[in-house]
Design a protein around this ligand. Structure first.
Ligand SMILES: [Fe+2]
Ligand SMILES: [Fe+2]
Length: 276
């Protein structure tokens, strides 16, 4: 009987970027601070934090150091999944004490064992491209890890979603290799969920026998846009993160959380432009 296992996931920090909204400028590090403070105040504290990519907007050492100092202040362990804005080399340099980053020369893929839910972290980064890739080497690793524990509840973490969201612009920056990944995932019945980020918006779909989520950015959103566009403007929506709570006899239950408290509901305190 497992009790009280909780996993938090934050995504798309983009530290180093400042966003200009009609209501004013927002330095994304301040939003990350709010997110980290919110997680640190949770009762009970999550057991583990997964950081699913785009930690720094320009993969700079300075910005990674700021992220590291802040995340190191949390009283829980955290694990990094690379995103398209990240550099494996600089991540490995700055987070040198994170031994799982150094397990393989090429990709940053690892399993986290010993928890009620097994975590498999996939590397979808294709350096030099904002699209992601999950190729034969990475997929073989996934298949081998899944074959090791075909009954243990498992969560797959990755940066790029493995499905198209129906939003043409983010889908144009999607993931190559999803059909092959679908075949592997479809063979197993113990994958509780797949979580990703990258689009900066919440999405969820039934996917090859499991549930696949996209978690919003913990620092800024993009508009929900179903038309073809050349670019997307940031949108001043509440930054969010995801919490998974293991419920015995039910499974891994997802709870979307916001990085601030909205004492009188979400309609109060949501950023507004000066005109309304
Ligand atoms: Fe991002
Ligand atoms: Fe991304």
């Amino acid at each position: 009987m497992v009790e009280n296992f909780t996993l938090a996931q934050i995504s798309d920090l983009h530290i180093g970027r400042t966003i200009s909204y009609p209501s004013g400028q927002v330095e994304l590090f301040e939003e990350l601070q709010k997110t980290v403070e919110k997680i640190a105040r949770m009762e009970p504290l999550p057991d583990i934090l997964m950081v699913t990519g785009d930690l720094a907007n320009h993969a700079s050492r300075r910005d990674y150091l700021r992220v590291k100092a802040l995340l190191d202040s949390l009283p829980i362990p955290y694990y990094i999944v690379p995103g398209n804005h990240d550099s494996r080399r600089v991540l490995r340099e700055v987070f040198s004490d994170h031994s799982y980053l150094h397990l393989a020369d090429q990709f940053i893929q690892y399993s986290i064992d010993g928890l009620p839910v097994r975590i498999l972290s996939l590397d979808t980064l294709a350096e030099g491209s904002h699209r992601g890739r999950i190729d034969e080497v990475r997929l073989r690793w996934l298949d081998e890890r899944l074959a090791e524990e075909p009954k243990k509840p498992t969560l797959i973490c990755m940066h790029h979603p493995p499905f198209r969201t129906g939003m043409p612009y983010p889908d144009s920056l999607g993931l190559d290799g999803t059909q092959e990944m679908a075949k592997i995932v479809g063979k197993y019945r113990n994958i509780e969920a797949i979580v990703s980020g990258h689009t900066h918006r919440e999405s969820c779909v039934r996917w090859n026998g499991t549930v696949a989520y996209v978690t919003p950015s913990c620092t800024f959103s993009y508009k929900l846009e179903f038309h073809e566009v050349d670019d997307l403007d940031p949108l001043h929506e509440p930054p969010a993160f995801r919490l998974f709570r293991w419920v015995e006899g039910v499974g891994l239950v997802s709870h979307l959380c916001y990085n601030r408290d909205y004492e009188f509901g979400l309609s109060e305190g949501v950023p507004r432009t000066p005109n309304n």
